[in-house]
Design a protein around this ligand. Sequence first.
Ligand code: AMP
Ligand code: MG
Length: 525
Amino acid sequence: MQNAQETKTKLNISNIFTDELPGDEEKRNFTRQVYKSAYSEVLPKKPKNPEMVHFNEDLADELNLENVDSEKILSLLSGQENFEGFTPYAMCYGGHQFGNWAGQLGDGRAINIAEVLDKNGVVQTLQLKGAGETPYSRHADGLAVLRSSIREYLCSEAMFHLGVPTTRALSLALTGDLVRRDIMYDGNPEMEKGAIVCRVAPSFLRFGNYQIFPVRDDIENLRVLTDFTIREYFPHLGEPSKETYFEFLKEVKESTLELMLEWERVGFVHGVMNTDNLSILGLTIDYGPYGWLEPYDPNWTPNTTDRQFKRYRFGNQSMIALWNLVQLANALYPLIEDAEGLEEMLKEYQPEYAKRQLEMTAEKLGVSSEDEAFEKLAFDLAENMYKSEIDMTLFYRNLNKFNAENPLEFLPILEDTSYSENFKQFEDVWIDWLERYAKQIKSENKDSAERIASMNAVNPKYVLRNYMAQLAIDKADEGDYSLVEELYELLKNPYDEQPEMEKWFVKRPDWAKNRVGCSMLSCSS
Ligand code: AMP
Ligand code: MG
């Protein structure tokens, strides 16, 4: 055990964001428009009776929090007590929601409670989600419920272990307070258990943080925020100038494109890709009504609020990311003033995406994308999977059993992973595809063990299927957190076989098909 002084120095708390950026003069906590400020100071609400549901020991270690005793941790991460030497704050941002400018949004229920230096020398920000009202809460309560907090906690860690850039989750605590929610917005509100997740990221800056300033003709603070971002997170670009602003946007474009490919690789649908939910660092942020593809369907969205237009459907995510990048480019335009250059740069996105998407698919199939026939093979695969309702995760992972010498052996596996009631009708197209795939593999003549190992490294065996999270939620509602723990452990090694966990390597059970929380999720959280 270290003494308190040592723990404190080791924690190395900084206040970079509030030291460097303009803050709101108003210190009282009431809902309002906040101008010329990147943040407002605000303290978390004191919880009635906090209880830790899950604590991420590995991440705590990385953050040098391992020697802080558990009572103190609970107190700090539930909003009961503040980190010494830190000024908590909520960030000011705007955003386009479902394609429309929504004005000021801001951290309505997120409060940054510390910046700590991690073991890699990176300053990480700790943020409580659900810790009460802030100046940005608008008409809402600033709170979060257990159900959505479990979803955020498990999924952000699952994504991290899948290798997908994401904000992380340090803890999940109950507040002891009850929160009123109308899950399906149908006039049937219920009281639910209040909870708080502590999220962690080098920065929680979103596209919307930049958008809010030029909309208000505040170019000076747009520049202050952009300069800050470049100095802190893109220092390799050099001192801020017109050129570095341009390069900054280009890097955001690249990391965002990379993120979209990663979501596609693992079958993740974010569900609410508003510009306030896109991270400037290319991280997955704000886990709300997200979902995982089960039957492969580019048109699928888990978000019931988006059911009509399906703006945020699986197959549209890369296009929406580009739309959001255009909004960010518009916001930064007053600093760059080079419309032609910006247009050129953004035009590169689509061909680049198409090329990388093909390469990614080739990696998942363990073949080369260079062969001319590959594009057709990839296209037909998507079509076959969609029509015959093949489970995406099971399909790709099971390819490690594909035998190029006898491709038709794979047919029964396909049938088992299909949700279609009439799989037989697709047998012929599959036979054709399997034979072409076998031919491609044979023509490349790669070492089979190596090929399979590289496929297993990009095709996860376990993902957080929607029904799995829901089962954990159902149990947790009754005070049993064993499934939260089991899934947390399972998803730490998503590419490993884990034979004792095979029960999670199955199709979505029938009962989950139309159940609220499994296939239908609202933004109510
Ligand atoms: P989201 O759809 O979760 O990205 O949220 C959009 C905006 O609504 C953000 O400004 C959030 O901070 C805010 N918000 C969402 N839920 C709440 C809540 N319960 N209380 C206050 N603000 C909220
Ligand atoms: Mg959000």
